[in-house]
Structures are given as structure tokens and as C-alpha cells.
Design a protein around this ligand. Structure first.
Ligand code: ADP
Length: 242
């Protein structure tokens, strides 16, 4: 049973018909915004996130310049129409925190030392929220950075795992997040074998933590391969000029 006695898993299936270790339908595209240097649209089921990257460029405020690398700035924002109840358009404490969380999940892979005295600006807009927006944001921002041609050591992919009705589940949606016992967003650079984001909200035993982490790794591998296919497709889809 979840926090308020609502049953979300019956006969091994989740409330939306998924198996415990099943991702929501994942879709991705890049180059969706023509003004940005790089952009991506990522959907994890009903969660839909758009990321735009500008830079490396000269920042408007020069005080923030660093002599040895580019400054990476990130703004995570949920559109007012992205939730059931209208969300205030002003940046909340949660959005300020998630901007930092997403930035820190990407910084380890960006070769920022190649661009001293510049800024790389990442804008994330959640346009439909149904759980897992921070992990979908990390995936979208990673793709947008690659789409902008910014050198990176690896792509980063993220997914949230959780504990619902006593079962460990992959890719937690909003209902499971609200009524489950725990949720754990994870992001990794799989080829580097580096964890760049790991948070835990709720309680897991050490064994459950290990199993949940394995589940997250499985989901991340699958999302990573969609990321790679999405980028490959961009270069294979070269239009023949008349
Ligand atoms: P994440 O989106 O990374 O799972 P949270 O655990 O904070 O982050 O949020 C879980 C879900 O709750 C969100 O994905 C969204 O669907 C919903 N949510 C978060 N903040 C709000 C809000 N201010 N108004 C309505 N729904 C929200």
C-alpha cells in the first residue's frame, strides 16, 4: 500500500498497465528550436520537456567569467500550463534547486575547459509534468548540448526509480511519486561509468537501494541508446539539396 492506502500495483502491473521494470514510452528529437545553438524535446510518457542551449558565448555580465573554463548556467522552469493546477510563473525554490541539480548532473561531461571566458546557457522548460521532470530534463539538456556541438566526454541519461506498494519500480510517474514510499532519481554517463545525479526521497533498505540502483542502470542504458540513435539520425537525415 502507498502512503495513503491507495493500491497502485495489482497482479504485478502498475496503475498504467506497465510492468515493474518497464519504462514509459520514451521519445526524443533534436534541433526543435531554430534560434538556439542546440535543442531537444524529450518525452517520458506524459512528461514532456524542452531544452535549449546557447553558447559558448560571451555572457552579458562579465563578472561571472572564469579564466580557465566556460561557466555553465542552467535554468529549469515549469510552464504554468504544465501541471493540473496552474503553477505560478515565478521561479519557485524547487525550480532554483532543480536548476542546480540538473547543472551538476551535466558539468562532469562537458569539456568546459576548451572555452574559457565564455558561458554555456541551458534553458529547460517543462511543458507537461507527470513525474520525473528532473531526470527527463537532464536527458534533454544532454541531447541539446550535443546538438549544439559542444564537446562532451559522454551523454548523460536520467531516470527515477521508486518503491510503490512495497515493489521497486522503474520510471516513476506523478501518481507513483505522490503515493509511493520512496523515489530515487538517478543520472549517469554510462560509457564513463559515472553517476552524476543520485537523490533519494523516502526510505529504502540497503538491499532495496542496491536493487533500485540496478533497475535505474537498466533504464538509463535503454534511454542512452535512444539518445545515441536520436543524434545519429540527425546526421543521417542530411537533406539532398536540389
Ligand atoms: P520530478 O518532476 O523530478 O519527479 P518532484 O518529485 O518534485 O520532481 O515532482 C514530482 C511531480 O509532481 C512532477 O513531475 C510534477 O508532475 C508534480 N509537481 C511538481 N511540482 C508541482 C507543482 N508546483 N504543481 C503541480 N504539480 C507539481
Amino acid at each position: 500500500m502507498g502512503k495513503v492506502g491507495m493500491k497502485l500495483i495489482e497482479s504485478g502491473l502498475r496503475h498504467d498497465g506497465r510492468k515493474l521494470d518497464e519504462l514509459r514510452p520514451i521519445s526524443m528529437s533534436v534541433g526543435v528550436l531554430k534560434n538556439a545553438n542546440g535543442s531537444a524535446l524529450v518525452e517520458y510518457g506524459r512528461t514532456k520537456v524542452i531544452a535549449a542551449v546557447y553558447g559558448p558565448r560571451e555572457p552579458q555580465t562579465r563578472y561571472m567569467l572564469l579564466p580557465n573554463r566556460a561557466v555553465i548556467r542552467c535554468r529549469y522552469h515549469m510552464a504554468s500550463f504544465s501541471t493540473h493546477d496552474r503553477k505560478s510563473p515565478t521561479l519557485s525554490r524547487r525550480e532554483i534547486e532543480l536548476s542546480k541539480v540538473v547543472r551538476e548532473a551535466l558539468e562532469p561531461v562537458v569539456l568546459s575547459e576548451l572555452y574559457p571566458r565564455t558561458s554555456i546557457d541551458i534553458f529547460i522548460e517543462v511543458i507537461n509534468a507527470d513525474g520525473g521532470t528532473r531526470t527527463a530534463s537532464v536527458t534533454a539538456a544532454s541531447l541539446a548540448l550535443a546538438d549544439a556541438g559542444i564537446p562532451m566526454k559522454d551523454l548523460v541519461a536520467g531516470v527515477a526509480v521508486g518503491k510503490v506498494d512495497g515493489f521497486l519500480v522503474l520510471d516513476v510517474d506523478e501518481l507513483e511519486d505522490m503515493y509511493g514510499e520512496a523515489d530515487m532519481p538517478v543520472a549517469m554517463a554510462p560509457s564513463l561509468r559515472q553517476i552524476t545525479l543520485l537523490q533519494l526521497n523516502g526510505v529504502l533498505t540497503p538491499d532495496e537501494f542496491t536493487q533500485a540502483f540496478e533497475l535505474a542502470k537498466k533504464g538509463i542504458e535503454a534511454i542512452y541508446s535512444v539518445e545515441r540513435e536520436t543524434l545519429k539520425k540527425k546526421y543521417l537525415d542530411v537533406k539532398v539539396e536540389d
